[in-house]
Design a protein around this ligand. Structure first.
Ligand SMILES: [Cu+2]
Length: 495
């Protein structure tokens, strides 16, 4: 299949997206040249257009991960994972989310700056068989975002079984920067995950206490839902939109030949200039856009080291996060090179002004201390999980608002992690990292973000631009999903 005919298969909003299963597209037919693994699957692209409905279906399915038989999974308009939805800043997209599961769910738009009424958190529950129709007004700069279920107490299990998709925001200005932007050719989504499989090939989600405390981790590394794929790429600069969609593990990325790569964007948008690195740690839910130079036409593997932050909580666990290759890149001289030089300047951004903050708050991410912690804690009726984790000593309470910010202001939020590193996320906002463990953040984390890996302490300058009524507040939580489900989550209103 050539590139033209493949692109013509891209699913357009309002047409083929009306709830039909979206088939994955494969990047070229001669994929297996050097890599032994399968071709990197490229999710179908939905080009959303102002006012045109986009349907996404939460559904069960079957999927082959490339390491065993086809097994039971879930997906979003797909047997596993979901499409990439590309939206334009300034447009308003009427989404139709169909919950075809046999249980309650939600669909949270992670990183979107939208009011809490359409955020897709636990307060936007969709009953089994139900439909939710939020209109999303896209008013934010170009960025790589994502969407996943966020039901009270069941997020870990639902995301693990396969429901996650990428959202790309374009704003017009990003097209003039000289960045690779041909989807599936030199602009590739990479959804990183780790899974555990039983002997019969079924996905294992172990809800025992040991797993819950360290987070659900696996020994099989996946990219876009398959193990050990190969991506055919042009022999020039290629843009990788990397999403850590794992439940709990941090990825420690580098290339097998040690080549440098260039971070051009973080969670919430592009950086002022490319940041040259040879290694990059990505916490759960973080996104980075990176440019990689394949001009030398040599195949190279993207690797991850072991998760240095695994096994910390109460010292109970012994790790269990595999190191190894994620995928192989095979440069192909037959593919057109659109970008042969590294752009020097990207998007101007002012330094964060800590003096603009109207107040300061402190949140400590912690186990609930006290006797009986492993036995006698209250059990969530939704998840059946003991609520043993907390923020400021209080497990998540759906009816309790933990902070109220004033719309249009900024605050400094100090986040403290006493026991292990926690990836901290806030809904409905972007923030700047002022300090991480007492120092300025590294350049790749100095832009606008919505997730920060807190090892000991971080100070964030948070912009509250979206309204959230107290009966329907935004969430702030640890993005180790088993921690979230066990109570390491709070709620804030913006009024
Ligand atoms: Cu955590």
């Amino acid at each position: 299949m050539d590139l033209i005919s493949r692109r013509s298969l891209l699913v357009l909003a309002g047409a083929g997206a009306a709830g039909a299963a979206i088939n994955w597209l494969l990047p070229g037919s001669a994929q297996s040249a050097l890599g032994a693994g399968p071709a990197l699957p490229i999710p179908a692209l939905i080009e959303a257009r102002d006012g045109q409905p986009v349907t996404l279906a939460l559904q069960t399915g079957r999927h082959s991960f490339g390491v065993g038989p086809e097994v039971a999974t879930t997906g979003i308009s797909s047997g596993y994972l979901g499409p990439v939805v590309r939206v334009r800043s300034g447009d308003t997209i009427p989404f139709r989310v169909e919950n075809r599961l046999a249980e309650e769910s939600t669909l949270h738009w992670h990183g979107m700056l939208i009011p809490s009424s359409v955020d897709g958190g636990p307060h936007n529950s969709i009953r089994a068989g139900g439909v939710w129709q939020p209109a999303l007004a896209v008013r934010q700069p170009a960025a790589t975002l994502w969407f996943h279920p966020h039901p009270h107490g069941r997020t870990g299990r639902q995301v693990y079984s396969g429901m996650a998709g990428m959202m790309i925001v374009t704003d017009g200005a990003d097209r003039d920067l000289g960045l690779p932007n041909t989807y599936g050719v030199d602009d590739l989504p990479l959804v990183l995950q780790d899974k555990r499989f039983a002997r019969d090939g079924q996905l294992v989600y172990a809800a025992d206490m040991m797993t819950l405390m360290d987070g659900m981790r696996g020994d099989t590394l996946l990219v876009n839902g398959v193990a050990g794929p190969t991506a055919r790429v042009p022999a020039g600069f290629v843009r990788l939109r990397v999403l850590n969609a794992a439940n709990a593990r941090n990825f420690d990325l580098r290339f097998s030949d040690g080549r440098p790569f260039y971070v051009i964007g973080g969670d919430a948008g592009l950086l002022p200039a490319p940041v040259e690195l040879t290694g990059l740690v990505m916490a759960p839910a973080e996104r980075y856009e990176i440019l990689v130079d394949f001009t030398n036409r040599k195949p190279v593997d993207l690797l991850t080291g072991a998760d240095q932050h695994s096994g910390g909580m109460m010292g109970m666990m012994g790790g269990g996060s595999a190191a190894g290759p994620l995928l192989r890149f095979q440069p192909d001289a037959a593919l057109p090179v659109a970008v042969a030089r590294l752009p020097r300047v990207l998007v101007a951004s002012a330094a964060p002004d800590a003096k603009s903050a109207v107040t300061r708050r402190k949140f400590t991410l912690d186990p609930v201390m006290g006797p009986g912690m492993m036995g006698g804690r209250p059990v969530s009726s939704e998840s059946g999980l003991p609520q043993v984790l907390s923020i400021n000593g209080r497990p998540f309470g759906m009816d309790r608002v933990d902070a109220t910010a004033k719309l249009g202001t900024s605050e400094i939020w100090e986040i403290v992690a006493s026991d292990m590193a926690h990836p901290f996320h806030m809904h409905g906002v972007s923030f700047r990292i002022l300090t991480k463990d007492g120092a300025a953040p590294p350049a790749q984390e100095a832009g606008w973000k919505d997730v920060v890996l807190v090892q000991k302490r971080a100070e964030l300058l948070v912009n509250f631009t979206q309204p959230a009524a107290s009966h329907q507040p935004f969430m702030f939580h640890c993005h180790i999903l088993e921690h979230e489900d066990q109570g390491m989550m709070g709620q804030f209103a913006v009024v």
